[in-house]
Design a protein around this ligand. Structure first.
Ligand SMILES: [Zn+2]
Length: 191
């Protein structure tokens, strides 16, 4: 991250630390605030600014995860949703996934969407839509099996305040271009 990006990130982190969640108006606001703080941690570690949180059947936080594609070591499957589900299946194999909710910064990508379908989480809610990279908005065009599998699962936007949604979007955009360049340079090394 360059100095300007660090400055902007510090300002976003300051907005988060001052923010008072409004759960009466926005039911996912507390989870959204946590997810944004996780996204700040991800960025500071050198990863994409994305966080994820799994809530138990009572709505209490169960698992926190961040994007970890680049640090501590390159992991192509290191999306926040994948990390959260890995930990869920390792630590809580006895829990019924249909009673759990995952809240994540960004609309899930195809890899995470299909993983979440297989994992069977009851509810998946995202803070920011991602038309160029997310797949929830076009799930009806996926191969048939993905529609037949767990049809009772609910994917959709999280009920968070405009402030939390804006911060989540800005965190996602922070350092995005540089990290995408880093990703591409791995795949296509300069000749
Ligand atoms: Zn993903």
């Amino acid at each position: 991250m360059n100095a300007l990006q660090r400055f902007r990130l510090d300002r976003l982190a300051g907005r988060l630390s001052r923010y008072q969640a409004q759960p009466e108006t926005y039911p996912d606001d507390e989870a959204g605030l946590t997810v944004c703080k996780l996204a700040v941690n991800a960025l500071r570690a050198g990863n994409y600014g994305i966080g994820a949180l799994i809530l138990d059947a009572a709505g209490e936080p169960l698992i926190e995860a961040t994007n970890r594609v680049f640090e501590p070591a390159f992991t192509s499957a290191g999306h926040a949703e994948m990390a959260a589900v890995d930990e869920l299946e390792r630590r809580y194999p006895e829990l019924a996934p249909g009673e759990l909710t995952l809240v994540v910064s960004l609309e899930p990508c195809p890899m995470c969407y299909t993983r979440l379908k297989l994992a069977g989480l009851g509810h998946v809610r995202y803070l920011v839509p991602d038309p160029p990279g997310g797949v929830v908005h076009m799930a009806a065009r996926l191969p048939e099996i993905w529609q037949l599998l767990n049809p009772e699962q609910r994917f959709g936007p999280a009920a968070v305040s405009p402030e939390i949604r804006q911060i989540a979007r800005r965190l996602f955009l922070t350092n995005l271009r540089a990290l995408r360049r880093q990703l591409l340079s791995r795949i296509q090394p300069p000749r």
